[in-house]
Design a protein around this ligand. Structure first.
Ligand code: ADP
Length: 631
């Protein structure tokens, strides 16, 4: 019979599996057991409504049998089985979902890349080729009764032919690879090793996983007493779902292993949250905060939700109503005996129990994150790197409805402490005379530090939060008052950074130079809303500030948004430093040479734009002006 070829992408993945140096090969067993368990689930589900199927069902179980002589390991289930067509479809193509982002070539010696693929795309069945030279699938469909045999030695394709099989379900027969100096495959023939793997990875599987194990017993009496070995079939797994087991019975390690397998992640979760409550609502939950955001997390393709069980039976794969948007990164399982098994999706949304559970879950996540923040900053920062942005979106969404609960979870970069701190930490460190929480927005911390206005803050001994995310400015505005303090941008007119003395001095100077300022305003025309003497400059000659509610960061934010409609713009105010020698030069020019004063005014405006990290209206004109002064 002619060999059939795997689909192109599958072939590449297969190559990868076979040749990878992936050290975590042992996971093949849990993958195959998980498939077997799914096949049992499907049969169980069908049997609920189909009597003919029910008649064919025995007691559902999985059987693992190593054969040292034949060097094979067989995983048997009496589940739903597959027809020839299903064999072709299911085992001839990998990742039918199309989620396989296989465009870039992957370096197979890069363990991280390989394990990522194995994790993210659940290449399940194919992991068998990491330990086998040949894989045979003998399967009999419970639906059509036909039995077929699929065989493959890997990348060169596979064959499918009819066969005889008495029992329903599937046998996966692995012909294990020969041992090499570095690698032992024989270990997968050792019952105790297999038992250990099952316990580690598949303990919670709902069906018994059985093995024939060697036991010893003492027989005879007195001098005739001796030990003999015998074989007995035993159920290896405890069958209790991991989230139903008592907290102190499940190690953190087990939870992590479970997460990685269940949610196809190769990285440990940052936090594991376990809930078990009884009372108004009774439920158990096992929740995880992943270490990194999925590639589509910040897109509309990402779907939030928790798996929902009713007394151990899955009723909904992804229940979105259980998670508020600001915690949409959380993954996990919720199991409640209070929910009806047959509840429809529409009914679920109305369900009071479900609402109560969702509220409770939100509270719990919040308190765990706060605990994480207080107890282990390093881990929390990793969390914040991955999902901090989501929390900020949470603050500004729904008209600020969630800001109070989320504000304590935020971190911002502190200019004086040179690390990220919370708002509360900022406030605690404020000197007594400091009235406001100062912040500045910009592209990078460096650029913010170089802002002319930053000097005054530093001179006063105040700290400043450097905000580098686009949404940050909105977050600050939304937060309003924080523990009795309001936040002010150092670029704000009312930043109040000068002493009363200096303030007065500047006001007097402004009065004296009224005409000059009006002249500059006229010169710059529509480009500026106003020209004035600054209260926030020290060594820099100029800066630009915004008035009227729209800040420069907002302007940039709107400009970057798609769409051609009129984008809101910040109203620009050119601020001059009255103490700076340049201002003296300007004054002299104004008195003696109006053209020169015009040129200086225009150059200063463009310089202010540059410092504010805003594009020049006409860069060529700016250069011309500078050159004209040089000549
Ligand atoms: P996944 O389990 O993620 O869908 P796999 O490559 O592990 O991917 O399996 C592909 C498909 O093959 C499964 O979705 C299932 O339909 C089928 N399959 C695998 N193992 C079995 C089995 N023991 N019994 C019935 N069907 C199976």
């Amino acid at each position: 019979m002619a060999k059939k070829q795997f689909k192109a992408e599958s072939k590449r993945l297969l190559d990868l599996m076979i040749h990878s140096i992936y050290t975590n090969r042992e996971i093949f067993l849990r993958e195959l057991i998980s498939n077997a368990s799914d096949a049992l689930d499907k049969l169980h589900y069908l049997s609920l409504t189909d009597e003919a199927v029910r008649a064919k069902c025995g007691e559902l179980h999985i059987f693992i049998s190593p054969d040292k002589e034949a060097r094979t390991l067989t995983i048997t289930d009496n589940g739903i089985g597959m027809t020839a067509e299903e064999l072709e479809h299911n085992l001839g193509t990998i990742a039918k979902s199309g989620s396989l982002q296989f465009k870039e070539s992957i370096d197979t010696s890069d363990e991280e890349a390989v394990s990522n693929i194995i994790g993210q795309f659940g290449v399940g069945f194919y992991s068998a080729f990491m330990v086998s030279d040949e894989v045979t699938v003998r399967t009999r469909s419970t639906i059509t009764d036909e039995a077929n045999c699929w065989t493959s030695t890997g990348a060169d394709g596979y064959t499918i032919k009819p066969c005889d099989k008495e029992t329903y379900g599937t046998d996966i027969i692995l012909k294990l690879k020969a041992d090499t100096e570095q690698d032992s495959y024989s270990e997968y023939l050792e019952p105790y090793r297999l038992q250990h793997l099952i316990k580690t990875y598949s303990d919670y599987i709902r069906y018994p996983i059985r093995m024939e194990l060697e036991k010893t017993r003492t027989v005879g009496e007195g001098e005739d007493q001796k030990t003999e070995t015998y074989k007995e079939v035993e159920t290896v797994n405890s069958m209790v779902p991991i989230w139903k087991r008592a907290k102190n019975e499940v190690s953190e390690e087990e939870c992590r292993a479970y997460y990685k397998q269940k949610f196809f992640d190769s990285a440990d979760p940052l936090y594991t949250i376990r809930i078990s409550t009884e009372g108004v609502v009774s439920y158990q939950a096992m929740l995880f905060v992943p270490a990194r955001a999925p590639y589509d997390f910040y897109t509309k393709d990402f779907k939030k939700g928790l798996q929902l069980y009713s007394s151990g039976v899955l009723i909904m794969e992804q229940c979105a109503d259980l998670l508020p948007d600001h915690f949409r990164f959380v993954r996990g399982i919720v199991d409640s005996q209070d929910l009806s098994l047959n509840i429809s999706r529409e009914m679920l949304q109305q369900d009071h129990q479900l609402k109560a559970i969702a509220q409770n879950i939100e509270k719990k996540i919040l308190s765990e994150l706060k605990k994480g923040l207080a107890n282990d900053r390093e881990t929390y920062e990793k969390f914040f790197d991955a999902f901090g942005l989501q929390l900020k979106y949470g603050v500004v969404s729904d008209y600020g409805m969630h800001k109070d609960k989320l504000k304590d979870l935020l971190l911002f970069y502190s200019a004086s402490q040179q690390k990220r701190i919370t708002l509360e930490e900022y406030i605690t460190a404020m000197p007594e005379d400091q009235k406001y929480i100062y912040y500045a927005c910009g592209e990078t911390v460096q650029k913010i530090g170089a802002l002319p206005q930053a000097e005054l803050v530093k001179d006063k001994g105040y700290d400043m939060l450097c905000l580098t995310d686009e949404v940050d400015e909105f977050v600050m505005q939304m937060l309003g008052e924080i523990s009795g303090k309001t936040a002010r941008s150092i670029k704000d007119d009312n930043a109040e950074l000068q002493s009363d003395d200096t303030k007065e001095k500047i006001e007097t100077a402004a009065e004296e130079n009224k005409e000059l300022l009006a002249f500059l305003k006229e010169t710059l025309g529509e480009r500026v809303h106003d020209v004035k003497l600054s209260q926030k400059l020290k060594s820099h000659p100029v800066c630009l500030s915004a008035t009227g509610g729209i800040t420069f960061e907002m302007e940039k934010y709107f400009a970057a948004m798609p769409g051609n409609e009129m984008k809101p713009k910040a109203q620009r105010v050119l601020e001059l430093n009255a103490e700076h020698p340049v201002f003296e030069a300007l004054k002299r020019a104004y008195a003696s040479d109006r053209e020169r004063a015009k040129t200086l005014g225009e150059i200063l405006y463009d310089q202010a734009l540059l410092i504010a990290d805003l594009p020049l209206d006409d860069p060529a004109h700016y250069t011309e002006l500078v050159c004209s002064l040089m000549q």
